[in-house]
Write a protein that binds this ligand. Structure first.
Ligand code: HEM
Length: 264
């Protein structure tokens, strides 16, 4: 049996796989949040960042494949471990789902699957830019001018217009709340799987899990909430109006009050 087969054959090996791939996804979440928080700066900041990423296809595709591998291996490891533990205990505990670990593994599974559904929607929404699912229209037509790069996709306008659709914002907020629940337990479980559960480290690990899951929750939900409260409204109104103008004039400011344009 090769080393890889041995790892996947043993439940301890799969716990390591779940912990390490979970850690990879956690680091992605930190980096992704840092990129997204640039929405609080001037529009050119996040547009320049998105343009920089698009100009490095090797780096972007390397990261995408790494993420895909992490998601696939994480799912395989946790689902196979859950099935095994269910098969080893065919008769449920008295008290059923209310029993500590059974309840925890159930909400980890449910929150994880909703987060997965969210990621599929999110990729269609902001990466593939499928027009039929955003409640707005064709995001790929939103363009702006950057000083050194010329015409580029207007990611700032896309994010603001995207979160001005109430049901999209609601879905994102629900998904972030479930991500918080998932990380709150997942981060401490990750260290436990790596063998760090002892009386010295366990309290610290639990504080770490609470602090990071809360910080990520606040960071991610601050974006749709700030937009709902008015962040970028004038700019996105002008970008939306610019969709009906010839290319080259799209980022020029419009005359007249910005609120004359109302979103559907
Ligand atoms: C308010 C919360 C979020 C915002 C505003 C946001 C924003 C974005 C944007 C604008 C893109 C497209 C980047 C581009 O193509 O230029 C993107 C891509 C992506 N997001 Fe998010 N995101 C959020 C939350 C999340 C969460 C919670 C996850 C994971 C659980 C996630 C996972 C991804 C992934 C995997 C991509 C694709 C990266 C790529 O391959 O291009 N995002 N996000």
């Amino acid at each position: 049996m090769t080393l890889v087969q041995q790892i996947f054959h043993s439940s301890l090996g799969r716990k390591y796989v779940a912990a390490l791939t979970g850690a990879g996804l956690f680091f992605f979440l930190i980096g992704h949040l840092a990129g997204n928080l640039q929405i609080f700066g001037p529009p050119d900041l996040i547009n320049g960042y998105a343009h920089f990423l698009k100009s490095k296809p090797l780096m972007v595709w390397g990261a995408r494949l790494g993420l895909l591998a992490c998601v696939g291996l994480h799912l395989y490891a946790v689902i196979s471990l859950a099935m095994e533990s269910k098969a080893a205990r065919p008769v449920a505990y008295a008290g059923g789902a209310a029993y500590g670990s059974a309840w925890r593994s159930r909400y980890m599974m449910v929150s994880g699957l909703v987060i997965l559904a969210f990621v599929v929607y999110h990729l269609a929404h902001f990466t593939a830019l499928l027009p039929g699912i955003n409640g707005f229209g064709d995001f790929s037509k939103l363009k702006t001018e950057l000083k050194d790069a010329g015409e580029v996709p207007d990611v700032y306008a896309m994010m603001v217009l995207g979160f001005r659709v109430w049901w999209v914002t609601l879905f994102y907020l629900i998904a972030q709340a479930l991500l918080f629940v998932h990380l709150g337990h997942g981060l401490s479980a990750m260290f436990q799987s790596l063998g760090l559960r002892n009386h010295v480290w366990w309290p610290r690990i639990q504080i770490f899990a609470k602090v990071f899951s809360t910080a990520l929750l606040i960071g991610y939900i601050s974006i749709p909430i700030a937009i709902t409260l008015g962040l970028g409204r004038d700019y996105s109104d002008r970008a939306k109006a610019g969709l009906n103008m010839p290319l080259g004039q799209q980022s020029a400011p419009q005359q007249g009050p910005a609120d004359a344009l109302v979103l559907k």
